[in-house]
Design a protein around this ligand. Structure first.
Ligand code: AR6
Length: 178
């Protein structure tokens, strides 16, 4: 199937301006880094609000499966601690590069997160604007990749909620979803 056509089981896309740690969904996606051991932005907020259980599970995943860290573009789940969600799906976005096209890796974050969501049986999944903070990806381009990839996904997830922190990011995603 071509990527610009909606998949047979494509999820409903919704948009919220707000904080991803406040979303009552089955799974929230974390814009993590390869270490899985926390950071700033979304990652910092999820670990702060979710509490120490998430970090403990991340450490266990490092020890059992990802001794060298979670590769960019992949995704892995933990429980969600005190967040009003059941799971956190940690994915590692690419750092934006002016000299190299890393769009496939950003698309992969969305595809892999939905694949993990399907493994978990999650039906509602909240995504932040992966790579658009510390990792420097221009918001309009990130919105294009995120919306196209999720629309083309073959998944049992029923709702994908994009949660955008500020007005500009919200506007970029809203424009793409029209
Ligand atoms: N809810 C929703 N969106 C948020 C929140 C929040 N609570 N906080 C920030 N954003 P970033 P990245 C927005 O930097 O670019 C971390 O240190 C933010 O405005 O969180 O993928 C990790 O450990 C931006 O639009 O993720 C990695 O080292 C978007 O979320 C690195 O940053 C993503 O910003 C990952 O960088």
């Amino acid at each position: 199937m071509s990527s610009d056509r909606a998949a047979a089981r494509a999820p409903r896309l919704t948009l919220v301006q707000g904080d991803i740690t406040e979303q009552a969904v089955d799974a929230v996606v974390n814009a993590a880094n390869s270490s899985l051991l926390g950071g700033g932005g979304v990652d910092g907020a999820i670990h702060r609000r979710g509490g120490p259980d998430i970090l403990a599970e991340c450490r266990a995943l490092r020890a059992s499966h990802y001794g060298r860290g979670l590769p960019t573009g992949q995704a892995v789940a933990t429980t969600a601690g005190r967040l009003p969600a059941r799971w956190v799906i940690h994915t590692v976005g690419p750092v934006h590069s002016a000299s190299e096209d890393r769009s496939d890796l950003l698309a992969s974050c969305h595809r892999e997160s939905l694949r993990v969501a399907d493994e978990l049986g999650a039906r509602t999944v909240a995504f932040p604007a992966i790579s658009t903070g510390v990792y420097g990806w221009p918001i309009e381009d990130a919105a294009r990749i995120a919306v196209e990839t999720v629309r083309a996904a073959d998944t049992a997830v029923e709702e994908v909620r994009f949660v955008l922190f500020d007005e500009r990011a919200y506007a970029a995603f809203a424009a793409r979803m029209e």
